[in-house]
Design a protein around this ligand. Sequence first.
Ligand code: GDP
Ligand code: IMO
Ligand code: MG
Length: 422
Amino acid sequence: MKIDVVLGLQWGDEGKGKVVDVLAETYSVIARFQGGPNAGHSIHFDGKKFVLRSVPSGVFRKGTINLVGNGVVLDPLTFKEECESIKAAGIPLEERLFIGKKAHLILPTHRIIDAAQEAAKGKSKIGSTLKGIGPTYTDKISRCGLRVGDILSPNFMERFHALKEKHIAYLKQFDFEYDAEAGEAAWLEATEYLKNFNIVDEEYFANECLDNNKKILAEGAQGSLLDIDYGSYPFVTSSNTICAGACTGLGVAPRRIDKVYGIFKAYCTRVGSGPFPTELNDSFGEELRNRGYEFGSVTGRPRRTGWLDLVALKYSIMLNGVTDLIMMKADVMDTFDTIKVATSYIVDGEPCNVFPFETQAKIEPVYKEFKGWKKPICDVRSESEFPYEFRVFIKFLEDELKVPISIVSVGPDRDQTIIREN
Ligand code: GDP
Ligand code: IMO
Ligand code: MG
């Protein structure tokens, strides 16, 4: 059996949670492969809303196995709170959730370092979610991190204190006030809570599932333009958010991967700093933010908004080998007379069709304009009901991107999803 991957093609918040929850019905296993509680994946069904951070978005589907892979960084405390709220909704989480031993632990001091480093950056802040993501991945790469499997070891406390002391020594260089003990007891208690779940060797677990004919859906976090290698560095997150991350983050070989579902919004958003060529700082931008309710699911920060950017989207499609596109939130533009799409850039006066290396480059988008459909599409349930102008928009995107748009989402609910026939 093969593994399919769902990931975001922009700067995150494309609607991955919704799509994974919809698709999960047809998979045995849903697996997160990178990121951590910087993610906020919203799921709406039966009039309820959940925002998941580290728990895979398949947990609301009966009979699914949900795996937290080694590529994820896990904060036991946030994880415990998240699990408790899911369990309060009557979900038998202990049956459905499996945690990889090799996932790295976010310590309270990782979060402090994140805050101290951001504060020290002054005006060049990345706009981190301050969940300790960067410092935890730094320790992983520096080969001094602690992993989920370590909580089962008799010398865990000793190793925890050694790492904490190392962090305190590092923090001496910052003019930053903190309380290293705050939250430590609750964090340690939460590591005990983790033991209620199945803690597994994720690479064997994932491969055995595939060998036993169980289909896996790998769930990405963040988006390709926030990838540590290919995003607009340094305004990125600290993991490989692209498809290749699913292999290293779950222990599955590249040849096991089948479909790659690339999700994009019919416009763009970005939280935090960094280049955003099609950003709108006008009434259209404001309307996209208000109608799309573009406020961070985790931090509540207003998201920056702008037109769809095909140069960036083609770049992400290339990096991920996308086989199927999923377009989200076109309903947000239902009232617009005109919709714009950037088809190329002018950089320093020269035409440009590549995602620029230099984050300081002055990028001027070249737009193509479309007539708005000016009808609500949130109640549309089949492709035959799409307004004419909306079909023209979709056809143009498919011709440009050379990948079919297999799913169109017209609202946050599970039911507001159109699976296209072709
Ligand atoms: P994720 O991080 O990629 O899972 O996305 P988020 O959950 O952070 O942000 C997407 C937001 O858009 C959430 O509030 C979703 O409920 C909402 N959403 C998802 N799909 C649609 C859609 O097609 N239309 C509208 N209007 N909202 C959507
Ligand atoms: P989901 O999975 C949108 C952004 C932050 C910041 C940068 C680095 O919900 O799409 P970090 O906390 O990782 O050090 O922040 O990345 N960022 C996200 N933006 N959606 C996310 O996740 C994000 N996770 C991180 O705003 O600019
Ligand atoms: Mg999100």
